[in-house]
Design a protein around this ligand. Structure first.
Ligand SMILES: Cc1cc2nc3c(=O)[nH]c(=O)nc-3n(C[C@H](O)[C@H](O)[C@H](O)COP(=O)(O)O)c2cc1C
Length: 377
């Protein structure tokens, strides 16, 4: 599941099971949180097995039940964009949690703020929190009732945007993702304007207490729906669509489905990942993956396109890149790292490889590959 898939499927969930979040899931989420904190200067934290902020019925107004884990959205009080960044990066983490099968709910009011203040460092401000954890497959009757009270249907695109005539398709898919954006009291207090030069501006239409958090969430949803671009912070911030690039590669494995190792490459930048590279003109995705594997590892490989995972990231400002990963097995050649790009190659078991891969998105690909292989074995 990609973050864009999570935009389509996620809803706020308010009733939680007592099952703890597994240590592996905690590690995976923490890795994503650390990367976003480093990028934003925020101090987002995952707090586990601490029900206090939600245990008093009077503070939670009975809205949330069984909450044992939560995300703290906080950062430097001196940051003029603190609220908006908490919305943007917080929603990134919430959508990541959705891809991992965890339930979440943004919480601005119905919790005890005081029991969260201990998580703040000096000079930091608490913006809001989110409950997180395992939820029942079937929603309880109570949850359905609260959802009917808490949720109005989202606004129409015409209510949320202007400049729609001759809007490019990426703008319309951006707005479809904005329609799915959660907001405090479901107010969606913003309006997007497509300009003649195809830049996009968004401004607040109401000055409610969490409007800037809502704005950050909406900006992220727009960016995911439009498939990449860059926002400037602030009410009235501008979006420029990114140029799109594509690479292909593969998770290479050897052995049997029950006993196998994965090939990881340490790129010259220092990060451990899988072999991959740019699509050249006229190539199919599979041809690119096969060529890149040969160039980077010296190995010939048989590609299985039955497994196809997409990782999306920004390699540099103004560019968005989709990397398509297949799964592959070596069939020949002789293993050697391509000097210009790869510092090291190594074979690792799943348990060794999982903590080694540098990016959280690559870890998700490895996890999916392991499920694919072991499900088949
Ligand atoms: C900043 C923010 C604060 C919120 N605060 C609360 C809250 O205190 N209690 C609660 O039950 N829901 C809270 N919500 C959840 C919204 O009610 C929910 O997102 C909205 O009803 C839309 O539902 P959906 O997320 O399922 O689409 C909050 C949402 C946001 C974005």
């Amino acid at each position: 599941m990609t973050l864009s898939d999570a935009v389509s499927t996620r809803i706020s969930l308010r009733a939680y099971l007592p099952d703890p979040i597994s240590p592996e899931q905690v590690r995976q989420l923490t890795k994503a949180i650390e990367q976003y904190n480093a990028r934003s200067g925020l101090h987002i934290q995952l707090i586990c097995e601490r029900p206090e902020p939600f245990s008093s019925l009077s503070k939670s107004y009975g809205m949330l039940s069984g909450v044992r884990n939560y995300l703290v959205f906080a950062g430097p009080a001196s940051d003029p964009d603190l609220e908006e960044k908490c919305g943007y990066y917080g929603e990134l983490i919430i959508l990541t949690a959705t891809t991992m099968g965890l339930g979440t709910c943004w919480v601005g009011g119905t919790y005890d703020q005081r029991s969260c203040l201990c998580h703040l460092a000096e000079g930091e401000k608490l913006v809001c929190v989110a409950s997180i954890g395992h939820t029942p497959e079937e929603r309880t009757g109570r949850e359905k009732l609260i959802r009917r009270i808490a949720q109005r249907s989202s606004k129409s695109v015409a209510e949320l945007a202007s400049g729609l005539s001759h809007a490019p398709s990426w703008f319309m898919s951006g707005m479809a993702a904005v329609q799915r954006a959660p907001s405090a009291r479901n107010g969606q207090p913003y309006r997007f304007v497509k300009k003649r030069d195809n830049s996009v501006q968004v401004h607040l239409t109401e000055n409610t207490s969490f409007a800037l958090v809502d704005l950050g969430i909406a900006k992220l949803h727009f960016e995911l729906g439009a498939h990449g671009g860059t926002w400037t912070w602030g009410d009235g911030g501008t979006f420029h669509k990114a140029a799109e690039e594509k690479s292909c590669g593969a998770v290479i494995w050897r052995g049997t489905p029950g006993n196998h190792q994965y090939l990881l490459a340490r790129h010259n930048g220092g990060h451990w990942s899988f072999p991959k590279g740019h699509v050249e003109s006229g190539e199919t995705e599979k041809e690119t993956a096969r060529r890149e594997i040969l160039e980077e590892t010296g190995l010939q490989a048989e590609i299985d396109t039955g497994f196809r995972q997409v990782v999306t990231y920004y390699p540099k400002a103004g560019v968005i890149k989709d990397v398509i990963f297949f799964i592959a097995q070596p069939t020949g050649g002789s293993q050697h790292a391509q000097e210009a790009e790869i510092a090291d190659l190594g074979w690792f078991t799943f348990q060794e490889a999982r903590p080694l891969v540098t990016f959280a998105t690559d870890e998700e690909v490895l996890l999916a590959a392991e499920e694919y292989l072991t499900g088949r074995g």
